[in-house]
Design a protein around this ligand. Structure first.
Ligand code: G6P
Length: 473
């Protein structure tokens, strides 16, 4: 029976080493939940890297068999591969360029590119170990751009879908990359290429047709007589999970404690992975401006800011962390009083129950990335607002802003505008909050993660059928 093979840089499990014993726990990420319904079925499988650290050769067999029981197949990476393919090429070339930070943060070292190729080949070998004709292979994200073509060369007829979870930049950005031809040719090995927004699709098609000798008609690119379709599939979240959690005893209890702690204050929530693309420093500047221009809010509002540690072995991320620490510290030292602090800053991750309690307690959620493929925090906040109150402030540079049009939409570079948006949110009448939130909740509930998985996989099947019927004509 044909199977589906999901491939992503990370596996949907967290691996930890306590007392020299490896523990596996399922990840709560949106992708893991959404694809859970697929990879756990029949003989389907998910291929990926089992984590941040290097796993000793001697432990690999034990881990592999533990993972096999969960329908997972590991690709182990050496320290060099982690530092050059993951930290180096993926996060020092592709991430900054695709988020429009090419001139600030991208460096183009040949050895990083060499390792990117080596690791993509490694993933191909893992796929070839299990793939059979008739299978469907769904590859995810920027760490594996070369993989679709590598697999296509070995299995010309297999069905390959690719989804990019980050923005696809304009041609002017993409063409800066020294290995631009190879990267595009890699992606074009897929039959269907999915993006979060229509703008990403437009950029991809215009980039591909300018850089490679290929033609396109609408969203279909012809590559050596093979048709490749590029389309937008905005990713949703597990709405059911986020709207049920606030009704659980544990979350209700935690939310009560949060409300008690911040009694008399309006709570503004900010949650991100540590990343320069998230606009955390600019957000702090907007909050600072608010305190400067509107001292009437001092003692009456609090910013609850969670920064989840991420890629902290990459120098730019370490540096950013220091800047955020300094900025949050200096604002607190300037404005705090005996019984009030403007910013409650946490540099760590929290269990989903605590996040849910925060989402359901916060009067305002401030999501202002400089650039973001989608941004699931904005959707999680909306899904958690089961009483329809609360206000979302959302950057127009996040993919989610194309759907959540009832949020207060801001340009994150315009500090004054963000500051005014916070005031508008703090002062918004309940009727207006409810009218906006109801619209957004309906949308999040309908276009949820299962819907996303279904429309992508249905479309891939359709594209493959079209290609096959063209070949037999
Ligand atoms: C983004 C990317 C994912 C990545 C995640 C966490 O959402 O699109 O591919 O897994 O960030 O980053 P990390 O580098 O820790 O995997």
């Amino acid at each position: 029976m044909p199977k589906t093979i999901i491939v992503s840089n990370r596996l949907p499990v967290k691996i930890s080493n306590t007392d020299n014993e490896y523990q596996l726990s399922p990840s709560e990420g949106g992708l893991a939940t959404g694809l859970g319904s697929i990879y756990k079925q029949d003989n389907n499988v998910w291929i990926g890297w089992p984590g941040q650290e290097v796993i000793e050769e001697t432990d690999r067999d034990t881990i592999t068999s533990k993972l096999q029981d969960l329908s997972l197949l590991p690709v182990f990476l050496s320290q060099e591969e982690i530092s050059q393919y993951y930290e180096g090429f993926s996060n020092t070339v592709l991430w900054p360029v695709f988020h429009y930070y090419a001139s600030t943060y991208a460096t183009y070292a040949q050895s990083n590119w060499d390792y990117y190729k080596i690791v993509n080949e490694k993933f191909k070998d893992a796929i070839l170990k299990v793939a059979e004709p008739g299978d469907t292979i769904w590859i995810h994200d920027y760490q594996l751009l070369l993989l679709p073509a590598l697999v296509r060369n070995e299995m010309p007829d297999v069905s390959i879908g690719f989804f990019l979870h980050i923005p696809f930049p304009s041609h002017e950005m993409f063409r800066l990359i020294p290995w631009r031809y190879e990267l595009l040719e890699g992606m074009l090995g897929a039959d269907l290429i999915g993006f979060h927004t229509f703008d990403d699709v437009r950029h991809f098609i215009s980039t591909t047709t300018r850089i490679l000798p290929v033609n396109s008609s609408s969203n279909v690119i012809t590559v050596n007589d093979r048709l490749v379709v590029a389309e937008a599939f905005p990713m949703g979240i597990d709405e059911n999970k986020y709207s049920s959690l606030p009704k659980s005893k544990e979350v209700i209890e935690q939310a009560k404690q949060i409300k008690e702690t911040f009694k008399g204050n309006k709570l503004i929530l900010s949650i991100d992975r540590l990343d320069y693309s998230k606009g955390i420093l600019q957000r702090l500047e907007a909050f600072e401006l608010l305190l400067q221009l509107h001292p009437e809010y001092i003692g009456k509002i609090a910013l609850y800011m969670i920064v989840v540690p991420s890629r902290d072995t990459v120098p730019q991320y370490k540096y950013l962390r220091d800047l955020i620490d300094k900025k949050a510290g200096s604002l607190n030292s300037l404005y705090r009083t005996m019984d009030w602090s403007p910013i409650h800053y946490y540099y760590r991750s929290f269990p989903i129950e605590t996040l849910s309690a925060l989402y359901s307690s916060a009067d305002v959620c401030l999501v202002t990335p400089m650039r973001d493929g989608m941004n699931l925090v904005s959707k999680e906040y909306v899904a958690s607002r089961i009483h329809d109150d609360g206000v979302l402030i959302l950057s127009e540079m996040a993919g989610a802003s194309k759907e959540l049009i009832d949020a207060i939409i801001v340009n994150p570079n315009n500090i004054g505008e963000v500051c005014r948006a916070i005031i508008q949110a703090l002062e918004m009448p309940l009727d207006e909050q409810k009218a906006r939130m109801q619209q957004m909740r309906q949308l999040i509930s309908k276009f949820n993660i299962s819907h996303w998985v279904k429309i992508f996989t249905d479309r891939l099947r359709e594209v493959k059928q079209q290609q096959r019927s063209m070949q037999t004509r």
